[in-house]
Design a protein around this ligand. Structure first.
Ligand SMILES: [Zn+2]
Length: 367
């Protein structure tokens, strides 16, 4: 074995050991909560956004594009090298494979250190003392009834006419500022230095079915501003929840909901209530399709028009690659303490039931 190969093998072993060390600490949610989420992560994210936040564009988006190009170039050079090598083809191939694995593991460790360990925090339901048990049909029906009324009221506050679809004229940059107010007013989720930007890859995100994403390497939140506007305030608040150190998707949805309401802005309120309604009736529909239809039909006509436009928008971009992307994302979430994968987003409804249960609006499940 040559010296270079041996050096790479040693480095690989060290990296695997550090990953095991990270996973070992991840078994102690209270340690992750106190030492990482409320200590190390806060410092890292302040540093990240102090560097990237002032830029008018998403630096993370640019860096991702450069990295993808470099990866493609590396793969091309690797294959070309194997084909061209007359002697030592095996050692060249192994060397390249080791190099690729080391780069991947380094990126994984940076990801875990910069944000990923937040997946292993104490559950938000424990921190807020909310019941987060899986909601039964009766509870979901009660929640759907509450949200139907809240959506219709929020819609009427905007339009004064149940038949009219609301058109919001505010630019997305102003929406980012309003969302920030929601976090300023929050006791539990306030955080320092925010950075929310419109993504450079909106079209690509449309085809991937993505409304927004958090870049753990730059600390920036990217928002796709193409989907119907009523969905933006909720998406923005969701992505900001990720900045605050909430990794789990159902928790980011819940924090997005609460902080959107915190803004006391009528459009944000409508957005949050409608998204919560859509998640709730979608879960309810898995148990009872007639109940789902009943609540949908109880909405103001203007609200139904918004839902129709939303579905049509995403349907327009459905494609053959999307399921593969979803499969990969599902796997990613499952490997990061989100056992339900993509369905984690829907677990949001259990937190909503717990929230309205605490407010005395939903009855506690009988044991
Ligand atoms: Zn998210």
């Amino acid at each position: 074995m040559n010296k270079q190969l041996r050096k790479k093998l040693y480095l690989l072993l060290v990296l695997i050991f550090v990953i095991f060390l990270f996973r070992f600490f991840a078994n102690w949610p209270s340690f992750i909560e106190n030492v990482y989420a409320n200590g190390i992560y806060k410092l890292i994210s302040i540093l990240q956004r102090s560097i990237t936040g002032w830029l008018p564009f998403s630096l993370g988006d640019v860096v991702y594009a450069v990295v993808i190009l470099l990866i493609l170039l590396g793969i091309f050079q690797y294959i070309r090298g194997i084909v061209k090598a007359k002697e030592n083809r095996g050692s060249f191939a192994l060397n390249g494979l080791l190099k690729g694995t080391i780069i991947f593991l380094c990126a994984y460790l940076v990801f875990q250190f910069c944000w990923g360990l937040n997946y292993f925090r104490q559950p938000l339901s424990e921190r807020l003392m909310l019941n987060s048990e899986r909601a039964d049909k009766e509870q979901l029906m009660r929640l759907a009834a509450i949200l139907t009324q809240r959506v219709n009221t929020a819609h009427l506050e905007l339009t004064n006419d149940s038949l009219v679809q609301y058109r919001n004229p505010i630019h997305s940059d102003s929406l980012y500022k309003i969302a920030s107010v929601g976090y300023d007013k929050s006791v539990d989720f306030n955080f320092k230095i925010r950075s929310t930007k419109t993504s450079l890859y909106k079209l690509l995100m449309n085809y991937g079915g993505i409304g927004g994403y958090y870049n753990p390497f730059s600390g920036e939140s990217q928002v796709n501003t193409d989907p119907p506007k009523f969905s933006l305030p909720f998406t923005i608040c969701h992505e900001m929840a990720h900045q605050s150190g909430i990794s789990a998707e159902e928790e980011a949805n819940f924090v997005g909901y609460i902080t959107a309401l915190n803004t006391q802005d009528k459009f944000f309120k409508y957005s949050a209530e409608l998204e919560a309604f859509m998640y709730t009736v979608s879960e309810l529909g898995r148990m009872d399709t007639l109940a789902r239809k009943h609540y949908y039909l109880s909405l103001n006509r203007g609200v139904k028009a918004d839902i129709k436009e939303y579905r049509q928008f995403w349907r327009k971009y459905e494609n053959a690659i999307e399921p593969y992307f979803e499969w990969y994302y599902d796997l990613f979430l499952k490997s990061n303490n989100q056992p339900k994968g993509i369905r984690s987003y829907n677990e949001f409804v259990n937190l909503l039931v717990g929230y309205y249960e605490k407010k005395g609006l939903i009855t506690v499940k009988s044991q």
